[in-house]
Design a protein around this ligand. Structure first.
Ligand SMILES: C[S@@+](CC[C@H](N)C(=O)[O-])C[C@H]1O[C@@H](n2cnc3c(N)ncnc32)[C@H](O)[C@@H]1O
Length: 368
């Protein structure tokens, strides 16, 4: 669907539904409920309707680009880490969360070949699932789609830019107390509205008066649930974010909430609801603790640049054509995606002494 067909009416219908739901809830919603509805309300939310979303330029009707869309070398290189776990364990299943256009799935399936007997995609969006089914048809019955976390996972789990799409709660420090920032309706417009709260950021501070920041209970709950289901194997999540000391640093007093539309970033999630992506950076300390508390080992934590280098991207680039090399370099360059994006790995039941290749150099687990 092109942007001109991406009807303002979808946005209007979504906004109307949210207004009704907020009224039914007594006039106020915590921000995470608003973000969940804006992104995932069936048929109407940003990820639920048929808009283009992923791509290179506004002309294509897209809003942002992700690593597997930038270069197939991304998935081909991540596959080195996935293959190492599969080989070491004798397992043959990959589970991907939030597969977008299916680009990463295609790249992993191509690179893993017969090593991957089953590729399971957990996708919340019916329209994205359809796109993935078309793209991955050639892989036949090896690929299957499920609506919820499968029970008893034995294999390798991957998720690129999934944690940043999970709804966050907003906290406001006014200089004397913490308030939860939620959403109310003023006539017909959505407005922020604060309420006193017992919620706190995971660090003591100090915080600058006026700070607005995020906490991530849904992402942590997601990792805890995944940990329960992951019986043997590993999980790798790639996303933008920091350890908590950086996340809640006084200099970051505006938080990290961001919207993306037509390749422009803005900080107003309350306008054009359903027509733009809403994201927050990942607190990787919280993610690591959620996994550890649920019994997973942290295999490593490093920048995307280091991870891809460790998995041999530089050697692949040496053999690539100029255009391919220019694109793929963006994945590693510090001022592009190489430093802001991180990779965290978890494991359970891996062989004694297993040394994950992606974290061989530059592991920063100690900074979490
Ligand atoms: C920014 S997109 C990234 C898509 C793709 N991985 C890529 O890199 O191009 C975020 C994706 O995460 C999905 N998502 C968010 N929460 C999820 C959850 N709890 N389970 C599965 N997918 C989820 C969304 O539906 C969406 O497809």
């Amino acid at each position: 669907m092109h942007r001109e067909d991406e009807p303002a009416s979808v946005s209007a219908a979504l906004a109307q539904q949210i207004r009704q739901d907020i009224a039914a809830a007594g006039g106020w919603w915590p921000f995470d409920r608003f973000m969940a509805a804006a992104l995932y309300m069936p048929g109407l939310g940003y990820y639920a309707h048929g808009g283009v979303k992923f791509g290179w330029s506004p002309e294509s009707g897209s809003d942002f680009v992700t690593a597997p869309e930038i270069s197939p070398l991304f998935g081909h290189t991540v596959a080195v880490q996935v293959a190492q776990v599969l080989d070491a364990t004798g397992l043959a299943e990959v589970v991907e969360f939030g597969a977008g256009t299916g680009a990463l799935a295609q790249q992993l399936l191509e690179a893993l070949g017969d090593r991957c007997a089953r590729y399971t995609i957990v996708e919340l969006s019916a329209s994205l699932r359809q796109r993935q089914q078309q793209r991955l048809a050639a892989f036949g019955e090896r690929v299957r789609w499920v609506d919820a976390l499968p029970e008893g996972i034995e294999g390798v789990v991957v998720g690129n830019e999934v944690l940043d799409a999970m709804p966050v709660q907003l906290l406001h420090w006014d200089g004397t107390q913490w308030l939860e920032r939620g959403v109310a309706v003023d006539e017909w417009k959505f407005v922020f509205a604060d309420r006193p709260t017992e919620l706190r950021p995971p660090v003591e501070g100090p915080f600058v008066p006026g700070t607005v920041t995020e906490i991530h209970p849904q992402a942590r709950a997601f990792i805890a649930t995944l940990a329960e289901k992951l019986q043997r194997g590993a999980a790798f999540f790639i996303d933008y974010g920091f350890p908590e000391a950086e996340y809640y640093h006084p200099q970051r007093h505006g938080g990290t909430l961001m919207c993306h539309r037509a390749h422009q970033a803005d900080t107003d999630p309350l306008s054009d609801v359903g027509l733009k992506d809403i994201t927050a950076h990942v607190d990787f300390t919280g993610i690591a603790l959620a996994g550890q508390d649920a019994g997973l080992d942290v295999l490593g934590y490093t920048s995307q640049g280091h991870f891809l280098m460790n998995c041999g991207l530089a050697e692949r680039l040496a053999q690539a054509g100029v255009r391919e090399r220019t694109m793929a370099q963006k994945l590693m360059q510090e001022h592009e995606m190489g430093e802001l994006f991180k990779v965290i790995g978890f494991g359970r039941g891996l062989p004694e002494g297993f040394d994950p290749i992606g974290f061989v150099h530059g592991d920063r687990s100690h900074r979490l």
